[in-house]
Design a protein around this ligand. Structure first.
Ligand SMILES: C[S@@+](CC[C@H](N)C(=O)[O-])C[C@H]1O[C@@H](n2cnc3c(N)ncnc32)[C@H](O)[C@@H]1O
Length: 378
Protein backbone atom coordinates (compact mmCIF):
# COMPACT_ATOMS: atom_id res chain seq x y z
CA UNK A 1 0.00 0.00 0.00
CA UNK A 2 1.69 3.24 -1.03
CA UNK A 3 -0.69 5.59 0.70
CA UNK A 4 -4.04 6.47 2.22
CA UNK A 5 -4.66 6.21 5.86
CA UNK A 6 -5.32 2.52 5.92
CA UNK A 7 -5.77 -0.50 3.71
CA UNK A 8 -9.36 0.47 2.93
CA UNK A 9 -8.52 2.64 -0.04
CA UNK A 10 -10.36 0.39 -2.50
CA UNK A 11 -13.53 0.49 -0.41
CA UNK A 12 -13.31 4.26 -0.04
CA UNK A 13 -12.88 4.78 -3.78
CA UNK A 14 -15.71 2.35 -4.52
CA UNK A 15 -17.94 4.20 -2.08
CA UNK A 16 -16.97 7.53 -3.65
CA UNK A 17 -17.78 6.48 -7.23
CA UNK A 18 -20.62 4.16 -6.26
CA UNK A 19 -22.52 6.41 -3.83
CA UNK A 20 -21.02 9.81 -3.00
CA UNK A 21 -21.05 11.19 -6.52
CA UNK A 22 -23.78 10.53 -9.05
CA UNK A 23 -22.89 13.05 -11.77
CA UNK A 24 -20.08 15.50 -12.51
CA UNK A 25 -22.06 18.15 -10.59
CA UNK A 26 -21.30 16.28 -7.36
CA UNK A 27 -17.52 16.45 -7.74
CA UNK A 28 -15.88 18.53 -5.01
CA UNK A 29 -13.10 19.82 -7.25
CA UNK A 30 -12.35 20.42 -10.91
CA UNK A 31 -9.71 17.64 -11.08
CA UNK A 32 -11.91 15.07 -12.83
CA UNK A 33 -13.32 17.36 -15.48
CA UNK A 34 -12.46 16.57 -19.00
CA UNK A 35 -10.53 18.88 -21.31
CA UNK A 36 -12.34 18.48 -24.61
CA UNK A 37 -9.90 20.51 -26.68
CA UNK A 38 -8.24 17.42 -28.16
CA UNK A 39 -11.44 16.06 -29.68
CA UNK A 40 -11.32 15.37 -33.40
CA UNK A 41 -14.39 15.39 -35.63
CA UNK A 42 -14.97 11.58 -35.47
CA UNK A 43 -14.68 11.70 -31.67
CA UNK A 44 -17.13 14.60 -31.45
CA UNK A 45 -19.54 12.79 -33.78
CA UNK A 46 -19.32 9.57 -31.79
CA UNK A 47 -19.77 11.46 -28.51
CA UNK A 48 -22.92 13.08 -29.89
CA UNK A 49 -24.46 9.59 -30.13
CA UNK A 50 -23.81 8.67 -26.50
CA UNK A 51 -26.72 8.53 -24.05
CA UNK A 52 -26.94 11.69 -21.84
CA UNK A 53 -26.75 9.70 -18.60
CA UNK A 54 -23.34 8.35 -19.61
CA UNK A 55 -22.13 11.86 -20.47
CA UNK A 56 -23.27 13.13 -17.05
CA UNK A 57 -21.36 10.36 -15.28
CA UNK A 58 -18.06 11.05 -17.00
CA UNK A 59 -15.26 11.71 -14.54
CA UNK A 60 -12.31 11.71 -16.91
CA UNK A 61 -9.60 14.36 -16.92
CA UNK A 62 -8.44 14.17 -20.52
CA UNK A 63 -9.05 12.92 -24.03
CA UNK A 64 -7.91 9.30 -24.28
CA UNK A 65 -8.90 8.28 -27.78
CA UNK A 66 -5.73 7.44 -29.71
CA UNK A 67 -5.38 7.57 -33.48
CA UNK A 68 -5.75 4.57 -35.77
CA UNK A 69 -8.17 2.50 -33.68
CA UNK A 70 -10.39 1.14 -36.47
CA UNK A 71 -10.64 -2.64 -36.20
CA UNK A 72 -8.43 -2.73 -33.09
CA UNK A 73 -8.80 -4.27 -29.63
CA UNK A 74 -9.06 -1.73 -26.82
CA UNK A 75 -8.96 -2.09 -23.03
CA UNK A 76 -10.15 0.74 -20.74
CA UNK A 77 -8.75 0.63 -17.20
CA UNK A 78 -11.28 2.06 -14.74
CA UNK A 79 -13.99 2.47 -17.36
CA UNK A 80 -16.56 3.99 -14.97
CA UNK A 81 -19.94 4.52 -16.61
CA UNK A 82 -18.32 3.78 -19.95
CA UNK A 83 -18.11 7.03 -21.93
CA UNK A 84 -14.70 6.31 -23.47
CA UNK A 85 -15.66 2.67 -24.11
CA UNK A 86 -18.82 3.63 -25.98
CA UNK A 87 -17.01 6.28 -28.04
CA UNK A 88 -14.35 3.68 -28.86
CA UNK A 89 -17.04 1.11 -29.62
CA UNK A 90 -18.17 3.43 -32.41
CA UNK A 91 -14.66 4.29 -33.62
CA UNK A 92 -13.24 0.73 -33.75
CA UNK A 93 -16.22 -0.35 -35.86
CA UNK A 94 -18.08 -3.62 -35.70
CA UNK A 95 -14.91 -5.63 -36.35
CA UNK A 96 -13.10 -4.00 -33.39
CA UNK A 97 -13.47 -4.89 -29.72
CA UNK A 98 -13.64 -2.86 -26.50
CA UNK A 99 -13.38 -4.12 -22.93
CA UNK A 100 -13.86 -1.90 -19.88
CA UNK A 101 -12.67 -3.00 -16.43
CA UNK A 102 -13.86 -1.35 -13.22
CA UNK A 103 -14.11 -2.40 -9.59
CA UNK A 104 -17.23 -0.37 -8.71
CA UNK A 105 -20.44 -2.33 -9.20
CA UNK A 106 -22.65 0.77 -9.45
CA UNK A 107 -20.49 2.19 -12.26
CA UNK A 108 -20.56 -1.17 -14.09
CA UNK A 109 -24.34 -1.37 -13.70
CA UNK A 110 -24.78 1.96 -15.47
CA UNK A 111 -22.37 1.04 -18.26
CA UNK A 112 -23.94 -2.40 -18.85
CA UNK A 113 -27.45 -0.91 -18.89
CA UNK A 114 -26.52 1.06 -22.02
CA UNK A 115 -24.68 -1.59 -24.06
CA UNK A 116 -27.75 -2.56 -26.10
CA UNK A 117 -28.75 1.10 -26.52
CA UNK A 118 -25.41 1.95 -28.15
CA UNK A 119 -25.20 -1.27 -30.15
CA UNK A 120 -28.49 -0.31 -31.75
CA UNK A 121 -27.54 3.37 -32.10
CA UNK A 122 -24.36 2.39 -33.99
CA UNK A 123 -26.26 -0.07 -36.18
CA UNK A 124 -24.24 -3.11 -35.07
CA UNK A 125 -25.71 -6.61 -35.19
CA UNK A 126 -24.12 -7.55 -31.84
CA UNK A 127 -22.23 -5.66 -29.11
CA UNK A 128 -18.49 -5.07 -29.59
CA UNK A 129 -18.12 -3.73 -26.05
CA UNK A 130 -18.26 -5.48 -22.69
CA UNK A 131 -17.67 -4.44 -19.10
CA UNK A 132 -15.82 -6.66 -16.64
CA UNK A 133 -15.70 -6.33 -12.88
CA UNK A 134 -12.16 -6.37 -11.56
CA UNK A 135 -9.15 -4.59 -10.20
CA UNK A 136 -6.74 -3.02 -12.65
CA UNK A 137 -3.83 -4.25 -10.51
CA UNK A 138 -4.76 -7.87 -11.28
CA UNK A 139 -6.32 -8.03 -14.72
CA UNK A 140 -5.61 -11.77 -14.84
CA UNK A 141 -8.32 -12.30 -12.24
CA UNK A 142 -10.75 -10.48 -14.55
CA UNK A 143 -9.82 -12.99 -17.25
CA UNK A 144 -7.65 -10.63 -19.32
CA UNK A 145 -4.99 -12.72 -21.06
CA UNK A 146 -1.45 -11.72 -21.96
CA UNK A 147 -0.73 -9.86 -25.22
CA UNK A 148 -4.36 -9.53 -26.25
CA UNK A 149 -4.86 -5.76 -26.71
CA UNK A 150 -3.61 -3.29 -29.32
CA UNK A 151 -4.34 -0.31 -27.08
CA UNK A 152 -5.03 0.41 -23.44
CA UNK A 153 -6.73 3.64 -22.49
CA UNK A 154 -7.42 5.02 -19.04
CA UNK A 155 -8.94 8.29 -17.95
CA UNK A 156 -8.15 9.64 -14.50
CA UNK A 157 -7.84 6.26 -12.79
CA UNK A 158 -4.20 5.25 -12.22
CA UNK A 159 -3.87 7.98 -9.56
CA UNK A 160 -6.62 6.22 -7.55
CA UNK A 161 -4.69 2.97 -7.34
CA UNK A 162 -2.69 2.22 -4.21
CA UNK A 163 -0.30 0.13 -6.32
CA UNK A 164 0.59 1.95 -9.53
CA UNK A 165 3.45 -0.45 -10.24
CA UNK A 166 1.03 -3.38 -10.40
CA UNK A 167 -1.27 -1.42 -12.74
CA UNK A 168 1.52 -0.66 -15.20
CA UNK A 169 2.96 -4.19 -15.01
CA UNK A 170 -0.45 -5.63 -15.84
CA UNK A 171 -0.89 -3.11 -18.65
CA UNK A 172 2.47 -4.17 -20.09
CA UNK A 173 1.52 -7.84 -19.83
CA UNK A 174 -1.80 -7.59 -21.64
CA UNK A 175 -0.61 -5.28 -24.45
CA UNK A 176 0.47 -6.92 -27.67
CA UNK A 177 4.10 -6.22 -28.65
CA UNK A 178 4.11 -2.76 -30.24
CA UNK A 179 0.87 -1.90 -28.42
CA UNK A 180 0.43 1.31 -26.55
CA UNK A 181 -1.18 2.63 -23.40
CA UNK A 182 -2.65 6.06 -24.14
CA UNK A 183 -3.88 7.60 -20.93
CA UNK A 184 -4.68 10.80 -19.09
CA UNK A 185 -4.04 11.30 -15.43
CA UNK A 186 -3.17 13.82 -12.75
CA UNK A 187 0.49 14.46 -11.83
CA UNK A 188 2.32 16.67 -9.38
CA UNK A 189 5.58 18.59 -9.55
CA UNK A 190 6.75 17.26 -6.18
CA UNK A 191 6.05 14.36 -3.87
CA UNK A 192 2.62 14.31 -2.25
CA UNK A 193 2.76 15.24 1.47
CA UNK A 194 1.54 12.44 3.76
CA UNK A 195 -1.24 14.62 5.20
CA UNK A 196 -2.77 14.85 1.73
CA UNK A 197 -2.25 11.16 0.97
CA UNK A 198 -4.30 10.42 4.09
CA UNK A 199 -7.29 12.51 3.01
CA UNK A 200 -9.85 10.19 1.48
CA UNK A 201 -12.00 12.88 -0.18
CA UNK A 202 -8.95 14.28 -1.94
CA UNK A 203 -7.90 10.73 -2.84
CA UNK A 204 -11.34 10.09 -4.33
CA UNK A 205 -11.13 13.37 -6.20
CA UNK A 206 -7.99 12.09 -7.98
CA UNK A 207 -5.59 14.48 -6.21
CA UNK A 208 -3.95 12.74 -3.24
CA UNK A 209 -2.90 9.64 -5.14
CA UNK A 210 -1.29 11.58 -7.97
CA UNK A 211 2.26 10.59 -8.82
CA UNK A 212 5.03 13.10 -9.23
CA UNK A 213 5.57 13.02 -13.01
CA UNK A 214 9.14 11.75 -12.67
CA UNK A 215 7.81 8.75 -10.71
CA UNK A 216 5.57 7.81 -13.62
CA UNK A 217 8.51 8.02 -16.03
CA UNK A 218 10.71 5.89 -13.77
CA UNK A 219 8.01 3.30 -13.15
CA UNK A 220 7.18 2.91 -16.82
CA UNK A 221 10.83 2.54 -17.77
CA UNK A 222 11.51 0.01 -14.99
CA UNK A 223 8.67 -2.13 -16.32
CA UNK A 224 10.05 -2.08 -19.86
CA UNK A 225 8.08 0.56 -21.76
CA UNK A 226 9.93 2.89 -24.11
CA UNK A 227 10.39 6.41 -22.67
CA UNK A 228 6.91 7.86 -22.05
CA UNK A 229 5.86 10.28 -24.78
CA UNK A 230 4.06 13.33 -23.44
CA UNK A 231 1.17 14.30 -25.71
CA UNK A 232 -0.65 17.06 -23.82
CA UNK A 233 -0.35 18.78 -20.50
CA UNK A 234 -2.50 21.36 -18.73
CA UNK A 235 -1.91 22.70 -15.23
CA UNK A 236 -4.81 23.43 -12.95
CA UNK A 237 -5.50 24.88 -9.53
CA UNK A 238 -8.31 23.70 -7.34
CA UNK A 239 -11.55 25.66 -7.66
CA UNK A 240 -12.58 24.56 -4.16
CA UNK A 241 -11.60 26.83 -1.25
CA UNK A 242 -11.56 24.01 1.31
CA UNK A 243 -9.23 22.00 -0.89
CA UNK A 244 -6.99 25.00 -1.47
CA UNK A 245 -6.84 25.51 2.28
CA UNK A 246 -5.97 21.85 2.85
CA UNK A 247 -3.17 22.09 0.34
CA UNK A 248 -1.88 25.20 2.06
CA UNK A 249 -2.12 23.57 5.50
CA UNK A 250 -0.19 20.56 4.27
CA UNK A 251 2.76 22.93 4.07
CA UNK A 252 3.34 22.53 0.36
CA UNK A 253 2.66 25.94 -1.13
CA UNK A 254 4.63 24.98 -4.24
CA UNK A 255 2.74 21.76 -4.89
CA UNK A 256 1.23 21.95 -8.36
CA UNK A 257 -1.07 19.67 -10.34
CA UNK A 258 -1.37 19.01 -14.03
CA UNK A 259 -3.44 16.72 -16.23
CA UNK A 260 -1.19 15.00 -18.74
CA UNK A 261 -1.74 12.49 -21.52
CA UNK A 262 1.11 10.06 -22.16
CA UNK A 263 1.80 7.28 -24.64
CA UNK A 264 3.52 4.23 -23.10
CA UNK A 265 4.71 2.00 -25.90
CA UNK A 266 5.55 -1.67 -25.46
CA UNK A 267 8.55 -1.97 -27.70
CA UNK A 268 12.27 -2.39 -27.37
CA UNK A 269 14.36 0.71 -27.93
CA UNK A 270 18.07 1.11 -28.27
CA UNK A 271 19.24 2.69 -25.01
CA UNK A 272 22.82 2.80 -26.24
CA UNK A 273 22.13 4.57 -29.49
CA UNK A 274 24.33 7.63 -29.18
CA UNK A 275 24.67 7.95 -32.94
CA UNK A 276 21.19 9.19 -33.73
CA UNK A 277 21.16 10.62 -37.26
CA UNK A 278 18.39 12.92 -38.44
CA UNK A 279 15.92 11.30 -40.82
CA UNK A 280 12.83 12.60 -42.59
CA UNK A 281 9.45 11.10 -41.76
CA UNK A 282 6.21 11.60 -43.59
CA UNK A 283 2.62 11.25 -42.46
CA UNK A 284 0.41 10.04 -45.31
CA UNK A 285 -2.87 11.40 -43.93
CA UNK A 286 -4.55 8.00 -43.68
CA UNK A 287 -6.15 8.33 -40.23
CA UNK A 288 -9.82 9.23 -40.11
CA UNK A 289 -10.27 12.61 -38.43
CA UNK A 290 -6.60 13.40 -38.90
CA UNK A 291 -6.48 13.68 -42.69
CA UNK A 292 -4.52 16.93 -42.63
CA UNK A 293 -2.28 16.45 -39.63
CA UNK A 294 -1.63 14.22 -36.65
CA UNK A 295 -0.10 14.95 -33.27
CA UNK A 296 2.44 12.40 -32.07
CA UNK A 297 3.75 14.27 -29.03
CA UNK A 298 3.52 17.66 -27.35
CA UNK A 299 5.74 19.25 -29.99
CA UNK A 300 3.04 19.95 -32.50
CA UNK A 301 1.55 18.32 -35.52
CA UNK A 302 2.88 16.36 -38.46
CA UNK A 303 1.31 17.85 -41.55
CA UNK A 304 0.19 15.26 -44.09
CA UNK A 305 2.48 14.56 -47.05
CA UNK A 306 5.20 16.80 -45.66
CA UNK A 307 8.70 15.65 -44.76
CA UNK A 308 9.60 16.36 -41.15
CA UNK A 309 13.11 15.85 -39.75
CA UNK A 310 13.55 13.99 -36.48
CA UNK A 311 16.15 11.80 -34.73
CA UNK A 312 16.14 8.25 -36.02
CA UNK A 313 15.28 6.81 -32.58
CA UNK A 314 12.12 8.91 -32.40
CA UNK A 315 11.24 8.27 -36.04
CA UNK A 316 11.64 4.50 -35.58
CA UNK A 317 9.28 4.45 -32.62
CA UNK A 318 6.76 6.63 -34.41
CA UNK A 319 6.86 4.50 -37.55
CA UNK A 320 5.98 1.41 -35.48
CA UNK A 321 2.70 2.94 -34.30
CA UNK A 322 -0.53 2.68 -36.32
CA UNK A 323 -0.17 6.33 -37.33
CA UNK A 324 0.48 6.00 -41.07
CA UNK A 325 3.95 7.50 -40.69
CA UNK A 326 7.00 6.17 -42.50
CA UNK A 327 10.68 7.00 -42.56
CA UNK A 328 11.58 8.51 -45.93
CA UNK A 329 15.37 8.45 -45.51
CA UNK A 330 18.29 10.52 -44.28
CA UNK A 331 17.43 14.18 -43.86
CA UNK A 332 19.44 17.13 -45.12
CA UNK A 333 18.43 18.96 -41.93
CA UNK A 334 20.90 19.30 -39.13
CA UNK A 335 18.51 20.20 -36.36
CA UNK A 336 15.01 19.15 -35.37
CA UNK A 337 12.66 20.27 -32.61
CA UNK A 338 11.97 16.63 -31.76
CA UNK A 339 14.24 15.10 -29.13
CA UNK A 340 15.65 11.63 -29.57
CA UNK A 341 13.68 9.02 -27.71
CA UNK A 342 15.79 9.17 -24.56
CA UNK A 343 15.17 12.94 -24.50
CA UNK A 344 11.51 12.35 -23.72
CA UNK A 345 12.52 11.10 -20.28
CA UNK A 346 13.20 14.61 -19.12
CA UNK A 347 10.28 16.45 -20.67
CA UNK A 348 8.62 18.22 -17.74
CA UNK A 349 4.83 18.43 -18.27
CA UNK A 350 4.67 21.52 -16.04
CA UNK A 351 7.12 23.34 -18.28
CA UNK A 352 5.22 22.25 -21.38
CA UNK A 353 1.93 23.42 -19.83
CA UNK A 354 3.48 26.68 -18.68
CA UNK A 355 4.97 27.34 -22.08
CA UNK A 356 8.60 27.29 -20.97
CA UNK A 357 9.10 24.25 -23.20
CA UNK A 358 7.64 25.43 -26.43
CA UNK A 359 5.10 23.40 -28.34
CA UNK A 360 7.36 23.89 -31.31
CA UNK A 361 6.03 23.60 -34.79
CA UNK A 362 8.70 22.15 -37.05
CA UNK A 363 9.75 24.55 -39.80
CA UNK A 364 8.46 22.23 -42.47
CA UNK A 365 5.00 22.63 -41.00
CA UNK A 366 4.86 26.40 -40.57
CA UNK A 367 2.12 28.35 -42.26
CA UNK A 368 -1.54 27.58 -42.68
CA UNK A 369 -4.18 26.94 -40.07
CA UNK A 370 -2.91 23.43 -39.34
CA UNK A 371 0.55 24.46 -38.33
CA UNK A 372 0.25 25.20 -34.62
CA UNK A 373 -0.54 23.04 -31.64
CA UNK A 374 -4.10 24.39 -31.68
CA UNK A 375 -4.98 23.04 -35.09
CA UNK A 376 -8.35 23.95 -36.51
CA UNK A 377 -8.28 21.06 -38.94
CA UNK A 378 -9.16 18.15 -36.72
C1 LIG B 1 -12.36 9.21 -11.85
S1 LIG B 1 -13.33 7.84 -12.26
C2 LIG B 1 -13.06 7.77 -14.02
C3 LIG B 1 -14.03 6.89 -14.73
C4 LIG B 1 -13.92 6.88 -16.24
N1 LIG B 1 -12.60 6.52 -16.67
C5 LIG B 1 -14.33 8.21 -16.81
O1 LIG B 1 -13.53 8.82 -17.53
O2 LIG B 1 -15.47 8.64 -16.57
C6 LIG B 1 -12.39 6.48 -11.66
C7 LIG B 1 -12.95 5.10 -11.93
O3 LIG B 1 -11.91 4.16 -11.71
C8 LIG B 1 -12.40 3.08 -10.97
N2 LIG B 1 -11.26 2.52 -10.21
C9 LIG B 1 -10.47 3.19 -9.34
N3 LIG B 1 -9.49 2.38 -8.86
C10 LIG B 1 -9.67 1.18 -9.47
C11 LIG B 1 -8.98 -0.07 -9.38
N4 LIG B 1 -7.92 -0.22 -8.58
N5 LIG B 1 -9.44 -1.10 -10.13
C12 LIG B 1 -10.53 -0.96 -10.92
N6 LIG B 1 -11.22 0.20 -11.04
C13 LIG B 1 -10.80 1.27 -10.32
C14 LIG B 1 -13.48 3.67 -10.09
O4 LIG B 1 -14.38 2.67 -9.70
C15 LIG B 1 -14.10 4.70 -11.01
O5 LIG B 1 -15.13 4.15 -11.77
Amino acid sequence: MESANDTGVYDKVKDYYGHTIQTTDDLATNACTMDKSAMTRPIREATALIHPEIIQKNYGCGAVIPEGVKGRSMLDLGSGAGLDCFVLSRLVGEEGRVVGVDMTKEQLDVARRYVDYHTEKFGYSCPNVEFKEGYIECLDKAGIESETFDFIVSNCVVNLSPDKGAVLREAYRVLKPGGQMYFSDIYTNQEMPQALKDNSVLWGECLSGALKWTELVQLAMDIGFAPPILVTSVTFTSDNDTVSQLLAEAGSPDLKFCTATYRLIKTSWDKCNTDDPIVDVEYKGGISGHEKSVKFSYQGELLANTKVPMPESTATLLSQLPMDVSIVGPSPSITTPYPKISGYLTVDPFKVAGGSIEMTTPKALSGGCCSGPKSCCS
